[in-house]
Ligand binder design. Structure first.
Ligand SMILES: [Zn+2]
Length: 204
């Protein structure tokens, strides 16, 4: 009898990426996929960074206020611990930029263990540079969805977001670095706006 190769249930998984600037609907897309997986009976784990203060700590929340249950974790180590605790079929990571480049090996490990991992996050900083670890994930993912926002000046596709009118900026050297991991980076309409290439004016 010929040997028929059969994929074991825990053969390597896959990496899917949802990337874009702020206001591009990344969290909504992540939630849509998670909802579908739950309907399909897939064992899902949703992880968010506990720095994300837009919502209570047990849900990821999009700018329009829709939320789904998530496990808040403070760093990559805690994330790995929660994700390794069970054989999840789908691990969804919200706002992955908060975890920094250390997230990369952990995600690769989860994928090698057989999970489908969806990494969602900002791929661009507010001064228009690449925002790790998302560019690294985009390079090696099975699938990448790159979303754009809508420029609040002209309505064209916006691949950038920029800070506007933040009070308290006195000295130039007091300005936060573009990759600063702080809750204000996901604040909302009061401190960031979506900008197309023409209307984007990065800080000098
Ligand atoms: Zn514009």
């Amino acid at each position: 009898m010929p040997m028929i190769p059969v994929a074991s249930p825990r053969s390597a998984g896959r990496l899917d990426v949802i990337a874009g600037p702020m206001f591009s609907g990344k969290s909504e897309e992540l939630m849509r996929r998670v909802r579908r997986a739950k309907i399909a009976g897939v064992k899902v784990l949703v992880l968010s960074h506990s720095l994300d203060t837009r919502s209570d700590l047990s849900a990821i929340t999009s700018h329009d206020g829709i939320n789904i249950p998530a496990v808040p974790v403070g760093d990559v180590e805690s994330l790995a611990e929660v994700a390794r605790a069970d054989d999840f079929d789908l691990v969804a990571i919200d706002e992955a930029q908060f975890f920094g480049p250390d997230l990369v090996p952990t995600v690769f490990e989860l994928v090698e263990r057989g999970a489908t991992v969806i990494v969602e996050g900002l791929c661009v900083t507010f001064d228009g540079g690449p925002f790790e670890p998302m560019p690294t994930f985009m390079a090696v993912a099975e699938d990448v969805l790159k979303l754009t926002a809508v420029c609040t000046i002209c309505g064209r596709d916006a691949v950038f977001h920029q800070r506007v009118g933040t009070p308290g900026f006195i000295a130039e050297d007091s300005e936060p670095r573009a990759t600063d991991i702080d809750a204000s980076h996901i604040g909302g309409l009061e401190s960031y706006v979506a900008r197309c290439r023409e209307h984007f004016a990065p800080p000098r």
